[in-house]
Design a protein around this ligand. Structure first.
Ligand SMILES: [Mg+2]
Length: 242
């Protein structure tokens, strides 16, 4: 961990769910609704689909790095169909994207995101969001929580930069901001976030514990593991050189 040059970091690319938004509060009800849609109202099948995709239907516990923790809409749809949903993948993907966009209205942030992004923006950091959700949902979230004006870049699974853990979303952020990958920090609650950072050659990989990962599951791929994103403010140097 000592080899990381924190003072080189000039841009931060955040995952959304479990990182900016508290995973349990935001997503457990949505996952239940998702399973009900895929099961076309069959409650027993819905529970089976939840288990198969990584959520305990009784406790709500999410398996780290499972489909529900880390998959994009298409991957989740494919997983639901493979596990027994009778809806076809294309139709299910469309329905779930609509559900996820709507879910942005009910999501719960881990902190005052407008104030958090404004402080980092004022310190000179370039800021972005890279999520396996669709771009429309990400923009809705940024608008709803008042930080859209402080982000320089937004990428969803459907934005044309590929999917996690491929490096495309990070390279897109680098291109949009003029930064080298070594100047970028990736922050997320899943290994696919950290592996995306690794494959893009970023300068810093930070795991956070507000999502579906654990200190154990995130240890190998992260330089730091923080309780939540607010700890970044003291981890990173006070200000960017002008
Ligand atoms: Mg996440």
């Amino acid at each position: 961990m000592g080899a990381v040059k924190l003072e080189a970091i000039a841009g931060i690319l955040f995952d959304k769910d479990g990182t900016l938004l508290d995973y349990d509060a935001s997503w457990l009800p949505v996952n239940r609704e998702l399973a009900s849609i895929a099961a076309e109202g069959d409650a027993a099948l819905a529970d089976h689909l939840l288990s198969a995709c990584g959520m305990d239907p009784v406790t709500g516990h999410i398996v780290p790095d499972s489909l529900l923790a880390a998959g994009n809409t298409r991957q989740i749809s494919e997983g639901l169909v493979a596990a027994g949903s009778k809806v076809n993948v294309a139709e299910l993907t469309e329905k779930l994207d609509a559900l996820f966009s709507h879910a942005a209205d009910f999501s719960s942030p881990v902190t005052d995101l407008a104030a958090f992004f404004r402080r980092l923006h004022e310190r000179g950091y370039k800021l972005g969001v890279a999520s396996s959700d669709n771009e429309r949902s990400i923009r809705q979230t940024a608008r709803r929580f008042g930080f859209l004006d402080y982000v320089d870049y937004i990428a969803g699974y459907d934005s044309g930069f590929g999917t996690k853990p491929e490096p495309g979303m990070v390279l897109g952020f680098a291109k949009a901001t003029g930064l080298a990958p070594g100047q970028i920090a990736v922050v997320g609650d899943n290994n696919h976030d950290l592996h995306m950072g690794q494959s893009a050659g970023v300068g810093l990989k930070v795991g956070v514990l507000t999502g579906t990962g654990s200190r154990e599951s995130l240890a190998a791929a992260s330089d730091y593991c923080l309780n939540d994103i607010t700890e970044l403010e003291s981890l990173l140097p006070a200000a960017q050189p002008a």
